[in-house]
Design a protein around this ligand. Structure first.
Ligand code: 5AD
Length: 371
């Protein structure tokens, strides 16, 4: 069904039908042309329709629970040279750290105390995080906490992924960053001939992982057509988790410098608004996916980005549990909020922010729903 028909039918259902997607037949998802039309849309009144549509589908398909994932940034060492990332190899001004297994275990216990169901172990591509070390860490966290474990450790080998899955890891995150192969190659030097990220994700799924991916919005050279293709790819991969955030120029990186010099807004326009559109369209394309309201979004709109993301398609938040002395060094992009805030203080504000938008925190591991 075409978007214009489905949308008209949905609007015609009136305020009652519009407010409750469980009761009203939910319109079919936008196809590529329809998604592209939304990406071009700038009329705030029409965009309200998109926000409502995404929020209705979110409520109907994944409910009002906001799942909390405790993020632990295990190491900021990285041997890659990604053009956008503040952890890229060769940035000399950055002090590098690697947490000990004991330090990670303390953070995982904190996640339990806070009532989170999942910890996310994230790091740069750090070869010193050996297969055995990570495997031991996963087993330890599983034994000591029973939490769901999500890994976000970059492009690792299939042998490593298999070993970590056997050790009990539940989910693997690897953003494709953009579905535009030429743009991807331009901003990710080296690793020629390596399997694509999409192939790695599919392999991880075969091993039994839930798989997550996502993109940055507003990369220099990225077009709205690219974003529409990203949405198509999310649906074709049937992703379990999808993270979308605005590109934030980091002045110590080549892409950051390029963007700061020639205005990053040249093709995509307002990156914050475009990120909300992508969140909403992602919810429509993948109604049952777990979709975080990302830290990058909360960085470019500190006051309301987190909440607006949750109201326009997202259902997950990833509070940062990394010890503050390391957190300040995990500067993928500048200006991350809460860099200096203790996890305790954050915890105090989380519930009120979630309840403030009429939602409630999730319980349990909060895995992918399938209806
Ligand atoms: N701006 C926004 N997001 C970024 N990431 C890396 N660098 C930047 C940046 N400059 C995102 C990438 C990566 C995730 C961990 O952080 O999408 O996958």
């Amino acid at each position: 069904m075409r978007w214009d028909h489905s949308l008209l039918r949905w609007i015609a259902a009136g305020p009652g039908g519009r407010g409750d997607a469980m009761a009203a037949p939910s319109p079919s998802r936008p196809d590529r042309a329809e998604a592209l039309a939304w990406l071009h849309e700038s009329d705030p009144a029409r965009l309200e329709v998109l926000w409502r549509w995404a929020d209705d589908v979110r409520r109907a398909r994944v409910g009002d629970e906001v799942h909390l994932r405790g993020l632990i940034e295990v190491s900021n060492n990285c041997h890659r040279q990604c053009h956008y990332c503040g952890l890229r190899a060769g940035i000399r001004e950055l002090s590098r750290y690697r947490m000990t297994a004991d330090e990670v275990a303390v953070c995982a216990r904190q996640a339990v105390e806070y009532g989170f169901g999942t910890v996310v172990l994230q790091a740069g591509e750090d070869e010193a995080l050996t297969a055995d070390w990570v495997e031991g860490l996963i087993r330890r966290i599983k034994e000591e906490t029973g939490l769901a474990v999500t890994l976000s450790l970059g492009e690792r080998s299939s042998a490593e992924l298999a070993a970590w899955r056997r050790a009990g890891a539940d989910r693997y995150l690897l953003r494709i960053e953009t579905s535009n192969a030429e743009l991807f190659a331009r901003i990710h030097p080296s690793k020629a001939g390596a399997p694509s990220r999409a192939d790695r994700l599919l392999l991880a799924r075969e091993m039994g992982y839930e798989i997550g991916s996502g993109v940055m919005v507003g990369l220099p050279g990225q077009s709205l057509e690219d974003l529409a293709n990203d949405l198509d790819l999310f649906a074709r991969l049937d992703l379990d988790m999808i993270g979308i955030g605005p590109f934030i120029p980091h002045p110590a990186t080549p892409l950051g410098r390029e963007a700061l010099q020639r205005s990053v807004a040249d093709r995509i326009g307002d990156r914050e608004l475009m990120t909300y559109k992508m969140l909403a369209l992602t919810r429509l394309a993948c109604p049952e996916a777990n979709i975080p309201s990302t830290t990058a979004l909360a960085t470019i709109n500190v006051a309301a980005g987190r909440e607006l993301g949750l109201q326009r398609g997202a259902n997950v938040v990833m509070p940062n549990l990394t010890p503050p002395k390391y957190r300040v060094l995990y500067e993928v992009y500048p200006g991350k909020p809460c860099t200096h805030e203790t996890a305790d203080a954050l915890q105090g504000r989380l519930d009120s922010r979630i309840q403030g938008i009429g939602r409630r925190r999730g319980s349990g591991p909060g895995g992918r729903r399938r209806s």
